[in-house]
Design a protein around this ligand. Structure first.
Ligand SMILES: [Cu+2]
Length: 460
């Protein structure tokens, strides 16, 4: 499943690599890296204690080695190329070949040793977000450790004391390094595989980038106006579906390392939040909902029984987060007649296209020339036509008769006869397009406005 084993030795140039002794090579676990964005099947533990592995959306779990009872991992901070969706690649920083880095999975009580090597052009560190650990392992450069300089390797070691969902990210030039994609997921499984057992356990991070159309590298000083809203550094239609057999219990763990909150919404099912950054929620504190807001730096685990077959949308409910890069300064043109303007502008700009008069859905179907390495603002096709989506959108595909452990995309849902919204004959009714105000000539004085001001505010 891993397509490349990387024996590149650290400490600088290839010349140095040749002189590394066998003893030194054995001192560190080998570097495993992945060069593609496909969702990998769960990594069933081959050593150490048993657990039910997770599936990382468009990602993978880092293999480890056992050394004298300690689980050893090797993370390498390095520049990576990440396909954001077919048609666009980003030049990011990440770990072991991808952004986000690989998921780390351990079991409560495991002794864990993580080697971190730095192939970046600047210093870094890793903070193990949410973990109980000795203060000196917390990864805050300057405060709890010296920064890891380029070409150097540090080691972190602690016991995974609490089961739950965690994240890792740099705490060294943090704004730049996170804007460049440096982050990863960490799951500490409970000692007993039967505690909080689910049939499918999906994980992904929420992140966001500002990559100008036609370019490859994120702008690192953008604070809120990112233009690519991503699940694990992917946008729709590049995000894998989450598949489930009918009746299976599904958990989806989401960590937010973007710089704004995201109301994550599931269609067709109610879920409960069973986990936060601090651990499992007490059962008495859970209530059913269909959207949960995930704040910056937070993690939420949601669970539901996948009992309604179908292709159910799963997305951030901020509608501009289900769109890709485009100027967001587009004026609202709905209802604005542009025909007389078009004629005038076409004299100056042949081929000018008026946009937005009936909404922007038309843009999903339009194939406009885009700059190199740029995704359309909205795209993605379903079995019934264009979907006008991008960004933080994917599906939960629930199917009858799916085998346990089968994570392949089952294709489009076959709807039972008579269960799809469809056109009916409306002959005899007048359902013509609603006239715009400029067409009825009512805009000036034809409408009555009712404005009621609160009495106590009239002195403003
Ligand atoms: Cu969002």
């Amino acid at each position: 499943m891993l397509n490349r084993r990387d024996f590149f030795k650290l400490g600088g140039a290839a010349v140095a690599a040749a002189s590394v002794s066998k003893v030194a090579m054995a001192a560190l676990p080998e570097i495993v890296s992945v060069q593609h964005a496909d969702t990998q099947p769960p990594l069933v533990p081959g050593s150490g204690r048993s657990y039910n592995p997770v599936v990382t959306l468009n990602g993978w779990t880092l293999p480890w080695r056992m050394k004298n009872g300690v689980k050893e991992f090797h993370l390498v901070a390095e520049p990576v190329v990440r396909e954001i969706a077919p048609g666009m690649k980003a030049h990011l920083w990440g770990y072991n070949g991808q952004s986000p880095g690989p998921t780390i999975e351990v079991v409560e009580g495991d002794r864990v040793r993580v080697y971190v090597s730095n192939r970046l052009p600047e210093s870094t560190s890793i903070h193990w977000h949410g973990q109980r650990l000795p203060n000196g392992m917390d990864g805050i450069s300057g405060l709890t450790q010296p920064a890891i300089a380029p070409g150097k390797t540090f080691v972190y070691e602690f016991e995974a004391r609490r089961a739950g969902t965690f994240m890792y990210h740099p705490h060294s030039d943090e704004m730049v390094q996170m804007a460049m994609g440096m982050m990863g997921f960490w799951v500490t499984h409970p000692r007993s595989p039967d505690l909080m057992r689910v049939d499918r356990d999906y994980v992904f991070l929420i992140n966001a980038y500002d990559i100008a159309p036609g370019s490859y590298t994120p702008k690192v000083s953008t604070m809120l106006e990112q233009n690519l809203w991503t699940f694990n550094s992917r946008v729709f239609p590049g995000i894998s579906p989450m598949v489930a057999g009918k009746g299976e219990r599904v958990r989806i763990r989401v960590g937010n390392l973007s710089m704004t909150n995201h109301p994550i919404h599931l269609h067709g099912h109610e879920f409960v939040v069973t986990g936060t950054d601090g651990g499992w929620t007490p059962p008495a504190s859970r209530w059913p909902e269909v959207t949960t807001d995930i704040a910056v730096g937070q993690m939420r685990a949601i669970e539901f029984i996948a009992d309604e077959p179908g292709d159910w949308a799963f997305h951030c409910h901020k509608s501009h987060h289900t769109m890709n890069a485009m100027g967001h300064e587009i004026p609202t043109m709905i209802g604005v007649g542009q025909q007389d303007l078009v004629e005038k502008i076409t004299d100056l700009l042949p081929g000018y296209m008026p946009m937005g008069e009936t909404g922007m859905g038309e843009m999903g179907a339009m194939s406009m020339a885009l700059p190199e390495n740029t995704l359309p603002m909205m795209s993605g096709g379903g079995q019934f036509g264009p979907m006008d989506m991008g960004g933080m959108f994917t599906t939960v595909k629930v199917r009858e008769g799916l085998n346990k452990g089968d994570y392949r995309d089952p294709g489009d849902f076959r709807h039972p006869a008579g269960t799809v919204a469809h056109e009916v004959d409306n002959a005899g009714l007048s359902i013509d397009r609603a006239p715009s105000s400029h067409e009825t000539g009512q805009s000036a004085g034809g409408h009555e406005l009712h404005i009621r001001k609160p009495a106590t505010h009239d002195h403003h």
